[in-house]
Each structure stands twice: as structure tokens, then as C-alpha cells.
Design a protein. Structure first.
Length: 245
């Protein structure tokens, strides 16, 4: 597992206080299970976010209800199992809020991610100024608009879902760290993690088929964000991509 091999050195090198990972594809590319989540936690991750594949495995419904360290998109309708945010306390006593929200362009139609998140951010700012958001969305325009909408109100907005790391990491004018997509952790010689031949054949014949996660050397995509613990503003964001030997 690339995370287990590569993460410890990354944490030591950058003196990282909190590790957040999107795990919605952890179970062989589709969904998350208690077993795969436990492996991610044991590798050094403290909080797992998800996305549109969160319910792909039936057991996830009951597991997420029990495991508060896994969050699902905030903008699912009221009554959906689990939570869309978590308030995490660091060893030094500082509190960090982590939110997970899903976009709507080319995705499932959920509640408005903009309005839903703004309400939750206003609630959370009573407890902490350090707020990290995983925006799980397809369209780059929606992600960028979301970033400007909440610029200055949150510490970081990190995009997920497309599996391809973008080269636009920056600090927005109001002090929010932003990247359109952090990329994936998975097999390098693949099509967004799946056996490349299967995806090529799908485009050629348009027939349904079972997809398998590719084998071989893995990459781990990440960003490191530096946040001022008083103001909650981001001072730096660095894009990282490592290869598992």
C-alpha cells in the first residue's frame, strides 16, 4: 500500500499535524469498507473524506454511522447516514474542522454545495478558524467558483474526484489555499486507477464490463498546506506526487 510506505516520511519531512485522505475508492476502486478504512487509518491518516462512491459498498451505510472519522458529502439531504463535517482536536489542543462537500455539475443532484457549506462554515467558525474542505466535484469551473465564494472564510479548499492532479495550487486573495484537484493515489500505469486495456476497450465498443484496479508501481498525490493557527489563513500550499518503488 503506497500510503503506508510513503506517508511516514512525508509527515516527518513537513512536520505535518493532520493527515486527511479521500477514501471513496479504497475498496478495489469503488466505495469503502471497514477493512480498507482500517488500513488507511493504520497508515497514519486521521480523517477520511469520501464522495459520490461513498455508498457503493453496502456495509458503508452502517459503518459510517459508527465511525465519526469518516465523513460523507455535507450536502446530502437531511436524514442521510453519517456526517458531512468533523471537528478534530490536535495534540496541542488546537481544533481543526474538516468538511466534505460534493459538486452538482455532471454529478448527482444534491443540495446546493455553495449555500449548504456557507451555513456550516458559519456554524463551525464559533469553534475554530481552521477549516479544511474536500470539494468532490467534476467541473473545474464549479470548483474554482466555489473557491472564490468561500475565499477568506476557510483555510483550504482541495478538489477531489477527477483522479488527475492539477497544477494550479495557489493562495487565493482572501487567504484560502486552493487546488482544483489533488489527484489520486493508485497505479501509475492505468486510466484513473483502472486497467488501461479495459477502459480503452470500453471507449471502442461502448459495452458494459467489470472494471479491475490496475497492478504495478503506484503514485501518491497530495498537497501540504501551511495554516496560521490564529487567523486560519493559509500561508503556503505545495503540490506533491511521489512514486512507490
Amino acid at each position: 500500500m503506497a500510503v503506508k510506505t510513503l506517508l511516514p516520511n512525508l509527515v516527518t519531512r513537513y512536520k505535518i499535524d493532520l493527515v486527511i485522505a479521500n477514501g471513496e475508492n479504497a475498496a478495489s476502486g469503488f466505495g469503502i469498507t471497514e477493512k480498507t478504512a482500517s488500513e488507511i487509518f493504520s497508515a497514519g491518516v486521521q480523517i477520511i473524506t469520501t464522495g459520490n462512491h461513498v455508498w457503493d459498498k453496502k456495509e458503508a451505510v452502517s459503518y459510517i454511522t459508527r465511525e465519526s472519522r469518516i465523513i460523507r458529502p455535507l450536502n446530502y439531504p437531511p436524514g442521510t447516514p453519517g456526517s458531512g463535517s468533523i471537528l478534530h482536536t490536535l495534540p496541542n489542543g488546537e481544533k481543526v474542522a474538516v468538511l466534505n462537500v460534493a459538486g452538482r455539475v455532471f454529478m448527482n443532484t444534491l443540495d446546493c454545495p455553495f449555500r449548504t457549506t456557507k451555513v456550516e462554515v458559519e456554524r463551525i467558525r464559533e469553534f475554530t478558524n481552521i477549516i479544511f474542505i474536500d470539494l468532490h466535484a467534476e467541473a473545474t469551473s464549479e470548483k474554482m467558483a466555489f473557491g472564490y465564494y468561500l475565499d477568506g472564510a476557510v483555510s483550504a479548499i482541495v478538489g477531489t474526484h477527477t483522479h488527475v492532479q492539477t497544477a494550479d495550487e495557489r493562495i487565493l486573495p482572501g487567504g484560502t489555499a486552493f487546488i482544483t484537484d489533488v489527484g489520486m493515489t493508485g497505479p501509475q500505469e492505468s486510466v484513473i486507477g483502472i486497467e488501461k486495456e479495459q477502459i480503452v476497450d470500453k471507449f471502442l465498443d461502448q459495452m458494459p464490463r467489470k472494471y479491475d484496479v490496475a497492478d504495478g508501481k503506484a503514485i501518491m498525490s497530495a498537497v501540504v498546506v501551511e495554516i496560521d493557527d490564529k487567523s486560519g489563513k493559509a500561508g503556503a500550499i505545495q503540490r506533491i506526487q511521489l512514486t512507490n518503488p
